[in-house]
Design a protein around this ligand. Structure first.
Ligand code: RM4
Ligand code: MN
Ligand code: MN
Length: 430
C-alpha cells in the first residue's frame, strides 16, 4: 500500500478555507466588474490551462558540486508517477508528464502507460538524452552526439532518438523534445558550419520517423555543458532548423537558456509570428540555466511572456496551442512543493495576461503613449488574482492552499517510510 492524497483529504482542508476564499473572491469580483471584467471567465481560463510536469523534476536535483537528496525521494519511474499524481490532485492542471529517456526508460511501456492512466495522468512528451554517457554505451558523447564528427556516434545518437519515439508511441505521447549538449569549449575546436550541417543531417533522419500527429521540439541553449559555443545556441538557429525540417518541427523556449537580459518575450513573439513556437520549458533564473522555480526571480518577465501568448491566443484561437512544460531542478526545496508553486505562478501569469485591457493598450500604442501603455500592463500585473487561482483549483477538485494541504497530509513523511534510502538513485537532474 502506498499513501495517496485522497479527495476527502483535500476537501476536508478546503472546507476550512472556503468561507474566507468566497469573501475574497466576491471582493475581487466587484473590483474587476468595475473594470468590465467578468471574474468567472478568468476562473474558467485558470481551470483550462495545462502545464506538464517533468518526470526528472520530482526528485531533488544536484549541481556540479553536490547533490543533497531529501527524504522519500522516488526511486523508480512508478514512484515518480505517484509524486506527479500528488501534484496533479492538489493542482488539477497538471495531468501531463514529460519523460526523460533513459532516466525513466520503462521496461514494459504498456505497463507504465496503464499505471499512469490509473493515476488519472498521461505521458505527453518524450525527451532524449545524448548529453551523458550511459553504462554499457558503445561510443562516448564527450565530443558531441547528433553533430559529432564521427558518423558512428551520430548514428548511435540518432538511434537513441528513434528509440524514444518508439517508446513514446507505446506510451501514447505526442511530442519529442531534442536538446543536445553538443558544442565546443575552445575557439577553433569545432567548425561552426559543419557542426550545424551534421546536426541537421541527423535531425532529418529523426524527423522522418516522427509518428503521425506528433510534434518535434528543438530546444536551444547558449552555453553549458559546452562553454565556448553550442550547436543550437539561440532561437534563430532553432527556428532555421525547425523550418528546414518541416511543418511538424517547432522551436522550444526554455526560459533559462538565454543570455542575461535577452528580451525573451520578444523572442516568443517572433516565434509566434513565424508559426514556429512549439512550447516552453518554464523555470526561472538569475544568472544562467539556474532551473529555479518559475516566477521566483523575474515574475514580471513571466507575465510579459504570457502577455504575448494570450495576445496570440485571442487572435488565433484554438489553433494556437503551444505546450507548456516545467523544466526545473529543485536543489533546496521539496520538489513537489516547487512544482506546485511554479504551476501556480504560471497560471497566475496566464490569468493576469487575460486581464490586460488590450483595446486600451492598442490605443496607447497607436498614439505613442508609452507611459499609459506600460500602465495598462502594470494594472494587470499588479492585480492580485490569487482568489481566482484558489477558486479554480477548488472547483476542479484541487486544493485551495496546495502547499498547506500537502504539508498537513504528511505525504513526505509517508514517502520517507515507504521509500527507504538504500536503493536510492539520484532522481532529479544530476
Ligand atoms: C537541459 C535542458 C533540457 C533538459 C536537461 C536536463 O539544460 O533544459 O531540456 O532535459 O537540461
Ligand atoms: Mn529544458
Ligand atoms: Mn536547461
Amino acid at each position: 500500500m502506498t499513501f495517496r492524497l485522497t479527495d476527502d483529504l483535500i476537501s476536508d482542508a478546503n472546507r476550512r478555507a472556503l468561507a474566507l476564499l468566497e469573501e475574497d473572491y466576491a471582493h475581487l469580483s466587484r473590483q474587476l466588474a468595475r473594470r468590465n471584467v467578468d471574474i468567472e471567465r478568468l476562473t474558467d481560463r485558470a481551470m483550462q490551462l495545462r502545464v506538464s510536469v517533468p518526470s526528472w523534476g520530482v526528485g531533488t536535483g544536484g549541481t556540479r558540486f553536490a547533490h543533497f537528496p531529501g527524504p522519500g525521494e522516488p526511486r523508480t519511474v512508478f514512484e515518480k508517477i505517484d509524486d506527479c499524481e500528488a501534484v496533479y490532485r492538489l493542482m488539477r492542471v497538471t495531468p501531463g508528464i514529460s519523460l526523460h529517456i533513459p532516466w525513466d526508460k520503462p521496461e514494459r511501456p504498456a505497463e507504465l502507460r496503464a499505471f499512469t492512466a490509473s493515476r488519472g495522468l498521461f505521458i505527453d512528451s518524450m525527451n532524449s538524452n545524448t548529453f551523458q554517457d550511459q553504462q554499457g554505451q558503445a561510443l562516448s558523447y564527450k565530443f558531441g552526439s547528433l553533430s559529432h564528427t564521427d558518423p558512428a556516434v551520430r548514428q548511435q545518437a540518432v538511434e537513441h532518438n528513434l528509440e524514444c519515439l518508439d517508446i513514446g508511441q507505446k506510451l501514447g505521447a505526442r511530442a519529442h523534445t531534442i536538446w543536445i549538449g553538443d558544442g565546443s569549449n575552445f575557439p577553433g575546436q569545432s567548425h561552426f558550419r559543419r557542426a550545424l550541417d551534421r546536426y541537421l543531417e541527423s535531425l532529418r533522419v529523426i524527423y522522418a520517423a516522427l509518428p503521425e500527429g506528433w510534434r518535434l521540439y528543438i530546444e536551444h541553449k547558449l552555453y553549458e555543458p559546452a562553454f565556448y559555443s553550442t550547436v543550437i545556441n539561440d532561437w534563430g538557429t532553432s527556428y532555421i532548423c525547425a523550418r528546414e525540417l518541416g511543418q511538424h518541427a517547432y522551436s522550444l523556449v526554455d526560459l533559462g537558456h538565454h543570455a542575461p537580459n535577452v528580451n525573451i518575450e520578444q523572442v516568443v513573439s517572433r516565434l509566434i509570428q513565424l508559426g514556429k513556437l512549439g512550447g516552453f520549458h518554464f523555470n526561472d533564473s538569475k544568472y544562467g540555466d539556474d532551473d529555479l522555480d518559475a516566477g521566483s526571480i523575474k515574475p514580471f518577465q513571466l507575465f510579459l511572456v504570457f502577455n504575448e501568448l494570450v495576445d496570440a491566443e485571442l487572435e488565433f484561437g484554438t489553433t494556437f496551442a503551444p505546450a507548456y512544460m516545467l523544466d526545473q531542478s529543485h536543489n533546496v526545496t521539496d520538489p513537489l512543493e516547487s512544482l506546485m508553486t511554479s504551476t501556480s505562478e504560471i497560471v497566475r501569469a496566464y490569468v493576469q495576461a487575460h486581464l490586460v485591457d488590450r483595446e486600451a493598450l492598442e490605443g496607447y500604442q497607436e498614439v505613442n503613449d508609452p507611459l499609459m501603455a506600460l500602465e495598462t500592463l502594470k494594472q494587470a500585473f499588479t492585480t492580485d488574482v490569487s482568489p481566482v487561482l484558489r477558486m479554480a483549483r477548488q472547483r476542479a477538485g484541487g486544493a485551495i492552499d496546495p502547499i498547506a494541504t500537502y504539508r498537513a497530509s504528511g505525504y513526505r513523511t509517508w514517502k520517507a517510510a515507504e521509500r527507504p534510502a538504500e536503493a536510492r538513485r539520484p532522481a532529479g537532474i544530476v
